[in-house]
Design a protein around this ligand. Sequence first.
Ligand code: SF4
Length: 351
Amino acid sequence: MAEMNNNAVKAGPGEPLLKVEDLEVVYTSRQEVVQAVNHINFEVRRGETLGIVGETGAGKTTTAYSIMRILPDRTAKILNGKIIYEGEDLLTLPENVMRNTIRGEKIAIIFQDPMSALNPIMRIGDQIAEALKYHNKEDLTPEQISEKVDQTLELVGIQKGRRYDYPHQLSGGMKQRVVIAIALVCEPELIIADEPTTALDVTIQAQVLAMIDELRETLGTALILITHDLGIVAQMCDNVAIMYAGEIIENGTVEDIYSGKMQHPYTTGLFGSLPDLEKKTDRLSPIDGLMPDPTDLPKGCKFNPRCPRCMDICREQTPPEIVDGTHRVACHLYAGMGQAAKAAEQVKEEA
Ligand code: SF4
C-alpha cells in the first residue's frame, strides 16, 4: 500500500515493486524556483493499483515523470530522494540502462493525450511493433512480432486489420487504446496511467477505464492511476494517495479514505465537490480558493489559506503525520490521535 514513511529500503522477497522515498523535485525558470514535489513517500506492490489524486498542479504528473526519468532536462531537477524499483534506485541508473531495460519494458506510461503520444505519420501496427522490436528480449522473429502486434490490438479491442491505419483514421477512444497497446506489448510489471481519459469523450471514458482495469487484472500488472476523479478511484484502486501542493497529505486503503474517519479537510473538500445522485442540489460545493503559488508556498500547512478548519498552529507549523494502521494523514486536527497515541495510552494503562 502507499506509505508516507521514510525508512531506507533493501530489496528482498516481499518488498514493494516500487518505493518512492523522500522525493523532492523543483522546476527553475529565470529567478523562480517552483517546488513541484515536496518530500513524498509511497509504495506500490505487485498487481496493486494505487490512485494518486489531486487538482491540477498538485505534482501528480511530475511524480510520474520522475519515476520514468522523463522530466525536462533544462528546467526540472530532482533535489532529493530515491525511486527504488525492484531494489534498485532508478535515479542512480545511467540513461542507457533506463532506456534499454526499464522504460517501456518494466515500467510503461500511458499519457493524457493520445494524439501527442502517437506518431501521426506511422501506421499504428508499426508503432506497436517498434516498442516490441526495441525491447525484443525473447528474440522474436519478424513473423512472431507481427503476430504479437495483432494479439495486442485484439486485446485492447481493435480488429487486427486496423494495424495499417494511421492515427488520424481512428477515433479518440481508439487512439487511446493504441497507446495502451504500446504500453502493454512488452508486458511491463508496472503501468503509470496519467489521467488516461482526460482527452476522451465522457461516453468512452468509462470503456477505456474498464479496459485498463480488466487488462491489469488479467495480466497481473501493477498500476499507478493518476486522476482527479474520486469516483474512478473507488472503482479501480486498492490504495489512494491524495496530493496537494506537491505533498501527499493523506493516504491509505480505499476503505480508509472513503470511511470519512480522520479525514484531511482537503479530502473532505474533494468529496464535497462531487455530485451526489441521491440528493437534489442546485450547486456543487467547490473548495474555496486556489492552489497556492508553488514559488511561494504558505508557511505551516500548505492548505491553510483554503481550509475551513484552519487553526493558529496551522499557519506556523508543518502538520504532524498521524498514522492509524494503513491510514496516514498530515493534519493538526488529529494530533494526539492514531497509533502512537493509542500505544502511549496503553503503556499508561499498563503502568
Ligand atoms: Fe486545515 Fe490545519 Fe489540517 Fe491544514 S493542518 S488541513 S489548515 S486543520
